[in-house]
Design a protein around this ligand. Sequence first.
Ligand SMILES: [Zn+2]
Length: 266
Amino acid sequence: MRFKDLSQLKRPEPLNISFGNLPQHILMAAYAKDKAFKISEHVASNFEESFEWYGFTLASTDHPELIVDIGLPKNDLNLPDYTSLGSIRIAEFHESLPEDVMINGWIHSHGALNYRHFSDTDDKNHLTVLDFVAARTRKSLSKKEIAIQDLVLLEKNRFVEKDLAKGSVSIITDGPIAEAKIMETVYGSFCYSIVIGDEGWHEQKIHYQERGVLSGHTALSSKAAQIEFVDTGRSVTQVDISTLQDEVQKKIKPHTDPPPELIERM
Ligand SMILES: [Zn+2]
């Protein structure tokens, strides 16, 4: 058998209808940005040295894409250039939030270091945060056809066990049909990550997760993203500053004598 054109051998593209998008850039209240840099100032002045610290970016549940605030959890360990982050800490912090506030990412500082990009440790932390945040930032993105080889269509009460043994997927309908497409919802989630430095710089990424509800097909990706600062009418007040001062005292734990295995990981 000969084909005139190789394209004749191609299967038709699976049907894909999209009806939602994940954010392509980060929206952040100017208030949240100012607060993040204030935390760095407090860390530097409290401990007379600049340490990495981390916090969570917070959004209102009715607008998950806009960072409106920074939440400071109890940091397990703060070293000059290493910060650790675990899923138990994220869950604990999430529990402490009001019902209408959610975590949509994390932010951390590289202190006085001029290391203006994410480290390997940061990349591991991103995945930990994404894993937790994904369930909360999830939305349906598309309906996508699942290409099934050997789809078998059967009619209710009109097949025998042997018919079920055939094919890879069987659909049992209440009437005779000749053709069927199976479309699954693809859910997408995102998580922001921002790194800042004492000198005022910031870098950021968005991490994405997509998952087909039926096939279980999961894809992870990330991209460097622009950040758009939004004036939400809120600014950092003197009260905020003294509250933050107390929080930093309580939650940031500089560790000046780390165990050797941690030094190796820095
Ligand atoms: Zn880092």
